[in-house]
Design a protein around this ligand. Structure first.
Ligand code: CP
Length: 307
């Protein structure tokens, strides 16, 4: 494919090729003083962000720079979008400037797909509404693979605000494609309609789901996407669905804790667990750069076996 729009579009060989490519890139730059490859010299990557981001935007910038591409960072705030310019006109403007790839984050589900119909370059979905965040799922799968050896039949528990989470959907789809067994745990009010059609088991009992699991992924409670009152209350949420040390210790020996960030410390995860020995949250960020290098490399280099 020319674009990376959804984790659900990836078949197992493609996803594994991408993760293997990330591993090769990690090896290629390990221990080097200059952590840069010349592969995308002369190519232009545009970060087109209509929604706030720390990790995804910076890691795509770093990934493109480490492949020697030129990078343009465009955020809707401070651009002519604030004067009413449409996504389509914005896309054509970027195309006229010779963008080879556009990395797009947008609050509307489907915006990157729409964009892919308007530009000649490659489009990468950096998170669209409540739909998908495929590179987050890829970096999570990469992190899980490094720690668990492989994903086949591994038990992964995803906990929290599934209703508003593009991370949850992308992870369920990709982890299932890679052979893992996924359980979703959430209060009934934070599960989307149709979740029973997702390739995952749904549970309301966090303690029971965590016993012997290989990994737990905590989701951010997205209060900015909740209109009006948030139910359950923050205190009830932490009691029923927050990860503390007691719950973390229900995991299998060497079980790991993930969170895509940004975290609500003290709500979905205690600071002690977030910063504890089994936490791979900081490593997820590091792996995000490597995995995004692999995505840009495979899409833009035109090399054999590309995405
Ligand atoms: N995980 C994630 O997408 O973080 P940002 O919103 O900071 O990019």
């Amino acid at each position: 494919p020319r674009h990376l729009l959804a984790a659900g579009d990836l078949d197992r060989p493609t996803a594994e090729h991408l993760l293997d490519t990330a591993a090769r890139i990690e090896q290629a730059i390990a221990g080097r003083e200059v952590r840069k490859l010349p592969t995308l010299r002369g190519r232009t990557v545009v970060n087109l962000f209509f929604e706030d981001s720390t990790r995804t935007r910076i890691s795509f910038e770093l990934a493109a720079k480490r492949l020697s591409a030129d990078v343009i960072n465009f955020s809707a705030k401070g651009s002519s979008v604030s004067k009413g310019e449409s996504l389509k006109d914005t896309a054509w403007t970027l195309q006229a400037m010779g963008a080879d790839a556009v990395v797009c984050r947008h609050s509307s589900s489907g915006a990157p797909q729409q964009l892919s119909a308007w530009v000649d370059g490659h489009v990468v979905n950096a998170g669209d509404g409540t739909h998908e965040h495929p590179t987050q799922a890829l970096l999570d799968a990469y992190t899980l693979r490094r720690h668990l050896g492989g994903l086949q039949d591994r038990r992964i528990v995803i906990v929290g605000d599934v209703l508003h989470s593009r991370v949850a959907r992308s992870n369920v789809l990709l982890l299932r494609t890679l052979g893992a067994d996924v359980t979703l745990v959430a209060p009934p009010t934070l599960l989307p309609v149709g979740v029973s059609d997702w390739p995952a088991t749904v549970s309301y009992d966090l303690d029971r789901a965590l016993v012997g699991a290989d990994a737990v992924m905590m989701l951010r409670v997205q209060q900015e996407r909740m209109q009006g009152a948030f139910f359950p209350t923050a205190r009830e949420y932490s009691r029923g669905y927050g990860l503390d040390g007691r719950r973390r210790d229900l995991l299998a020996p060497n079980g790991i804790v993930l969170h895509p960030g940004p975290m609500n410390r003290g709500m979905e995860i205690t600071p002690q667990v977030a910063d504890g020995a089994n936490s791979v949250i900081v490593e997820q960020v590091t792996n995000g750069v490597t995995v995004r290098m692999a995505v840009l490399y495979l899409l833009l280099s035109g090399s054999e076996g590309a995405l």
